[in-house]
Design a binder for this molecule. Structure first.
Ligand SMILES: [Mg+2]
Length: 370
């Protein structure tokens, strides 16, 4: 099998309600700048990154794919995914101008498309290619009920619906209101509404400073919070280390880290308890697997960011021993030929060949922008 072409695309898919917001961003659409990699046997691999649907920066990502990385890939065997990931990530261009942000997001889309091709070539779902088992149980936790822009009654209703009507056993809500006391009241209202059996996580999206995080992070223990996600600025290892020594609630982070070495700094410092790599940002399935190995070495669970927008991660989570829980946000479900299915709080085992990333033609016609 040899790579014969790379075709880029940008999709902007509407999110579930009119607007979605956390402490840092509000979005109306989810951006999927991606690539279709075609092989000489006619197979096509699909991969994409994930953005807040900004056309200007999405174009930069697809330009990197087509102008920088594509010439390095034409003629290569797409099944040699780890070798190709290394070839691109250690290319002089990447070392000189990249290693994070746009370059890494472009690399992520390519890596996911290559894994999709590799699994399609052998006509197996990717989890099997990665050595996983159909017996693997992957729990889903739902974030699409806990947005900060929703008032407390709506937040409570949405969270109750996920637990009592849709069968989830775990949900996550956003915090980071101007007054943290309001966050505490909202957490208390949700915990009281969903009962003590369901898992509840909170996510500050890097809003707080160390003083706020210490003062209010301590109170999270009163509500049996599974983890406190992104309490402070993304790369601030020292502050997270101090916080981890101060509060009993475990700390989760990683969705906006782009480099293995940054994860390593957090892990070695004891500044994180749950690792949350995102395959569409940190370098694809190859990179998430390496970060999951890092987690395993330090006995840390790995719970990748955004399970549904990057369906490929389900395959990885099924196969890696450090993973058993995956985020669920259903905004882009209708875009895929084989969307993930959650039943009674658990992902169903994918059976179609590939990474689950193949996009529907009608969805591409509908949501692609130029
Ligand atoms: Mg988050």
């Amino acid at each position: 099998m040899k790579i014969v072409s790379l075709k880029t695309f940008i999709m902007h898919v509407p999110v579930s309600k009119t607007v979605i917001g956390d402490s840092t961003h509000t979005v109306t659409h989810w951006g999927m700048p991606g690539v279709m990699i075609e092989a000489d046997n006619g197979l096509v691999g699909y991969g994409y990154s994930g953005t807040h649907a900004d056309l200007v920066t999405d174009r930069l990502i697809t330009n990197i794919i087509s102008e920088v990385f594509a010439p390095m890939l034409i003629g290569e065997d797409p099944a040699e995914v780890r070798y190709l990931n290394r070839k691109l990530s250690r290319s002089s261009t990447n070392i000189w101008v990249g290693r994070g942000g746009l370059m890494q997001m472009a690399l992520s889309a390519i890596d996911i498309a290559l894994w999709d091709l590799k699994a399609k070539e052998v006509e197996q779902p990717l989890w099997k290619v990665l050595g996983g088992s159909k017996e693997a149980k992957v729990a889903a936790y739902n974030t699409d009920c806990g947005w900060l822009v929703r008032d407390t009654p709506e937040l409570v209703d949405d969270c109750k619906k996920m637990i009592f009507e849709e069968g989830f056993n775990a949900i996550k809500m956003k915090i980071g209101k101007p007054n943290p006391k309001d966050d505490m009241l909202r957490i208390e209202a949700v915990r009281n509404a969903i009962g003590n059996d369901a898992q509840l996580m909170v996510d500050a999206n890097a809003k707080w400073d160390i003083s706020t995080a210490k003062q209010y992070g301590t109170r999270l223990a009163d509500f049996d919070i599974t983890w406190f996600e992104e309490p402070m600025w993304h790369e601030d290892v020292l502050s997270h280390k101090i916080l981890a020594e101060h509060i009993s609630t475990p700390i989760a982070l990683g969705e906006l880290l782009y480099q293995f070495d940054t994860y390593k700094e957090f892990v070695v410092a004891g500044a994180v308890d749950y690792l949350q790599p995102d395959a569409t940002r940190c370098g694809g399935i190859t990179a998430v697997w390496e970060i999951a190995d890092l987690g395993m070495a330090f006995n840390l669970p790995v719970t990748p960011h955004h399970g549904d927008m990057m369906q490929a991660q389900l395959h990885l989570v099924m196969a890696h021993p450090s993973c058993s829980l995956l985020e669920y946000i259903p905004w882009t479900l209708d875009c895929f030929e084989h969307p993930v299915i959650v039943k009674d709080g658990f992902y169903q085992t994918p059976t179609a060949p590939g990474a689950g990333t193949t996009l529907r033609k009608d969805a591409m016609e509908r949501f692609c922008v130029k």
